[in-house]
Design a protein. Structure first.
Length: 199
């Protein structure tokens, strides 16, 4: 099986995992589904970003679920902005800012649209614990083109920081990832979701 078929299968399984998460009415149970599903993919799938020699028994380090970090918030209007992220395999990857979300007691974050074939909502996060308890480059909360979608309404999003996960480049330098810009940084520590190190 070629690498591209592995990636196709990986993405299909991620879509299925997030569909199960959205269908589960209890957020704590949904979170457990997500943690177990990610661990299975990261430790066994041929397209895992975890280096092959480190996959056996690999488990992510994820904080216990905290309902205070779950929000369903409207996407507020923001000045248009375009970012183009250079990558070695896909050239310049364009993102358009489509709005901002305000997270009570934490701050606001930019919401981006992947402005290329397929499109998708992208919400990265770099919190005050980056480089200490969380990956220094930041984490992703939503990346809908790859299946990471927690739901919401026509103009609102479910932002549950308990589901923040490390991008592929956190596991291996073979990967290049778009990282959070200034509008996706919070001064506050967000010690939920995937944390630095393995369990």
């Amino acid at each position: 099986m070629s690498y591209s078929w592995h990636v196709r299968d990986w993405r299909g399984q991620v879509f299925e995992l997030y569909a199960a998460v959205r269908a589960e009415p209890d957020p704590v149970s949904a979170h457990r589904l997500w943690v177990d599903g990610r661990d299975r993919l990261l430790s066994t799938h041929p397209a895992s970003p975890v280096p092959e020699g480190e996959r056996t028994g690999f488990r992510t380090r994820v904080a216990d679920y905290d309902p205070d970090y779950r929000f369903e918030v409207p996407v507020q209007t923001a000045e248009p902005e375009r970012r183009e992220v250079p990558t070695p395999s896909d050239g310049l990857v364009p993102f358009e800012r489509i709005g901002r979300v305000a997270l009570p007691s934490l701050g606001s974050l930019d919401v981006w649209w992947l402005d290329s074939y397929g499109g998708g909502v992208f919400l990265p996060l770099r919190d005050g614990g980056a480089g200490d308890t969380t990956y220094g480059g930041g984490r992703y909360v939503l990346d809908t083109v790859k299946g990471a979608d927690l739901g919401g309404g026509p103009r609102s999003l479910v932002i549950d920081l308990n589901f923040a996960f490390q991008p592929s480049c956190a596991y291996s330098s073979d990967w290049v990832c778009p990282l959070p810009g200034p509008g996706n940084r919070l001064d506050t520590r967000v010690d939920v979701g995937e944390l630095v190190g393995s369990a």
